[in-house]
Ligand binder design. Structure first.
Ligand code: ZN
Length: 415
């Protein structure tokens, strides 16, 4: 194994003794902090390049916290594409960089001097994002000399102390706000990790401390956790069967022999036929006919019929914007060439599978505002063009990096 040191010299790693290896590990940590600091610096500069007079978008929260200069709502998309990550991740990077620069200058100074790793500073930035500028400044002062080592507990305790000192009524208001945010969320798919059975999921509950502690104790006291969870699941709901909607893709003829083959469940992945048979036997099942995926006929109306919507969802599977993973069933179906009503001169056949694509609400708004544009190629690949003239190709398998820059007269023109 060969590596290069900071001077560019080749190093045979297998030959290193412990002392030399530790020196190189320390150096690699420094290089890592430099790289992460560079990303935050670039993100802050990206914000600076996209300043606007005021934040005027009702659907999206401002990028920075209280007291930060307003930044254009859709500035995150080109940054996300350049970083080959989601818009959400890019937006979070911008938010953290902007809040560190404008609300947490002492913590930011620690990042600049490489004493504080960027990920720890970003954790403080996110934890203080909802505070006023004055409160954030107090947290900044309290944590500045401990930012290099502080964990979540110290951050949260410092924030609570600052809020209690500056706003005596806040704890009661927070209590009400907390109740409004109580929720139950379930995660499937990628959260289960590779190699784990598809039927494993993660349940996250945010609620009353006392009640949740009782549920936790009840489950963890049992010697058989699986049985305890099953008992809880079957004893709740007043005996009514659970209403869970799973969309299963399987060859029904294979259900007669559960020892062969696999099917798949949307958002979960491959599942054994034995498991599908078990679910089908104990559930209300609606069998949908197989869709002909080569069907391409059109209708003369704006909204697609059910078969066409299902066709496009199954074909593309997710939002077709670069690196967006939003499930196609949660997306809008966008007319790639905008729909023009027939009575206003529009041509017939505008609503057809070839002119429809799933786009999440945010990326749909990007397109309809003319900030990004895209086309669908004959092979089903989507080619997106950014406001900076960069092009990206998206297929059901994912996004490839930048394909090519385009000429300036081909760039989208925001409306
Ligand atoms: Zn999207």
């Amino acid at each position: 194994m060969i590596e290069t040191d900071t001077r560019g010299f080749a190093i045979q790693v297998d030959d290193l003794d412990a002392d030399w290896l530790l020196s190189l590990i320390e150096d690699s940590e420094t290089q890592s902090r430099i790289a992460e600091r560079r990303k935050l610096r670039y993100a802050a500069q990206w914000c600076r390049l996209h300043l606007v007079e005021s934040h005027d978008d009702e659907e999206d929260a401002p990028i920075g916290g209280h007291g930060t200069p307003p930044v254009a709502v859709f500035a995150a998309e080109p940054l996300g594409a350049a970083l080959q990550t989601t818009t959400h991740a890019a937006r979070q990077l911008m938010s953290d960089a902007w809040n560190l620069r404008h609300r947490l200058p002492m913590v930011w100074a620690g990042v600049e001097s490489l004493n504080v790793p960027a990920w720890r500073a970003r954790r403080i930035a996110q934890a203080t994002a909802h505070l006023t500028q004055e409160q954030a400044a107090l947290v900044d002062r309290e944590l500045a000399h401990r930012a290099a080592t502080c964990g979540t507990v110290l951050i949260d305790r410092t924030i609570a102390q600052v809020i209690a000192a500056t706003d005596p009524e806040a704890p009661q208001a927070d209590e009400e706000l907390s109740k409004e945010n109580w929720e139950v969320r379930i995660f499937h798919g990628p959260h289960t990790g590779p190699g784990r059975w598809t039927g494993t999921s993660i349940l996250e509950i945010t609620g009353d401390t006392h009640d949740l502690t009782r549920i936790h104790d009840q489950l963890t006291r049992s010697a058989d956790l699986g049985a305890a969870i099953h008992d809880l699941a079957t004893s709740s709901g007043g005996g009514r069967p659970a209403r869970t909607k799973l969309i299963v893709h399987a060859d029904l003829s294979a259900l007669s022999d559960e020892t062969i083959g696999t099917g798949s469940v949307e958002r979960l992945g491959p599942v054994s036929m034995a498991r599908i048979k078990d679910w089908v036997d104990h559930s209300h099942v609606t069998v949908l006919p197989v869709l002909r995926m080569d069907r391409c006929d059109a209708v003369d109306r704006h909204d697609p019929p059910t078969w066409m919507r299902e066709h496009v969802i199954l074909r593309d599977q997710h939002c077709v914007f670069p690196w967006c993973h939003t499930d196609a069933r949660s997306c809008d179906l966008d007319h790639i060439t905008p729909y023009l009503p027939l009575d206003k001169g529009g041509p017939p056949g505008q609503t057809n599978p070839g002119n429809l694509a799933p786009t999440c609400r945010r990326h749909h708004r990007n397109k309809t505002r003319g900030i990004w544009s895209y086309t669908r190629e004959p092979d089903g690949t989507y080619t997106w063009t950014s406001p900076h003239g960069r092009r990206y190709a998206v297929t059901p398998c994912g996004t490839s990096g930048m394909v090519e820059p385009c000429a300036s007269d081909e760039r989208p023109r925001p409306t």
